[in-house]
Design a protein around this ligand. Structure first.
Ligand SMILES: CC(C)(COP(=O)(O)OP(=O)(O)OC[C@H]1O[C@@H](n2cnc3c(N)ncnc32)[C@H](O)[C@@H]1OP(=O)(O)O)[C@@H](O)C(=O)NCCC(=O)NCCS
Length: 182
């Protein structure tokens, strides 16, 4: 059984399993309009079968050591997803991505989830550097790495296509040594 991460305040990060596909799809569908503003994939996610395919892809990535995705469970409800979108085991680098249902926003849950991922990444996976990228105008997303002590490293120009527009990405990085010194 893959690891469950406890983030405090009753928030748990559990690897998604195919049995979660229906709940995951319902959450994506209910939050579709706000998610598609900042994420490229909601338009391609149109059924529980699509969510199941995503879960199976992430399970394969986990087994290959190339990524780790977790469902966020709060008060025994699925409220979002967070994890390592990719893990580079040669350079011991990884990137965190996340989204939250609207009703769970504004309570510090994602900051707590990302703090748990940092502990897991640096302690258990032995990572050297973790990054978070967010669209320059995505204030709520950028606030998370800022809150957790990441350094703003720069801007990637037109790094992501959201519908018909390209957006610049702010890149935030945190080194294992900086995380330990906090
Ligand atoms: C990005 C996203 C996950 C951020 O969610 P969030 O709820 O703002 O982040 P957190 O859960 O960490 O909560 C922080 C908020 O809770 C408040 N808060 C309350 N208690 C808190 C606590 N104990 N600790 C930290 N923050 C707390 C903070 O003040 C902040 O609110 P504010 O922005 O009004 O000041 C969410 O907006 C989202 O899913 N957006 C759409 C998808 C997306 O953009 N994904 C990222 C793509 S890069």
């Amino acid at each position: 059984m893959p690891e469950v991460l406890k983030a405090g305040r009753g928030l748990e990060l559990r690897p998604l399993s195919p049995g979660d596909a229906k709940a995951l799809y319902a959450l994506v569908d209910a939050n579709r309009e706000r998610l598609r503003r900042w994420l490229p994939w909601p338009d391609g996610n149109r059924s529980a079968a699509d969510s199941r395919a995503y879960i199976l892809r992430m399970r394969a990535l986990r087994e290959a050591g190339l990524g780790q995705s977790f469902g966020l469970w709060w008060k025994d409800r699925l409220v979002g997803v967070a994890g390592f979108n990719w893990i580079d085991g040669v350079n011991l680098n990884a990137a965190i991505g996340y989204w939250l249902a609207q009703e769970a926003e504004g309570q510090g849950l994602m900051s707590a989830a990302v703090a748990a991922l940092l502990k897991h990444g640096f302690r258990t996976l032995g990572l050297h550097r973790i990054e978070i990228r967010a669209a320059v105008r995505n204030r709520r997303s950028r606030a998370i790495p800022k809150r957790l002590g990441f350094r703003h490293e720069g801007t990637l120009r037109q790094a992501e296509r959201l519908g018909s527009r390209y957006v610049d990405h702010a890149v935030y990085g945190l080194l294992a040594s900086e995380w330990r010194a906090r």
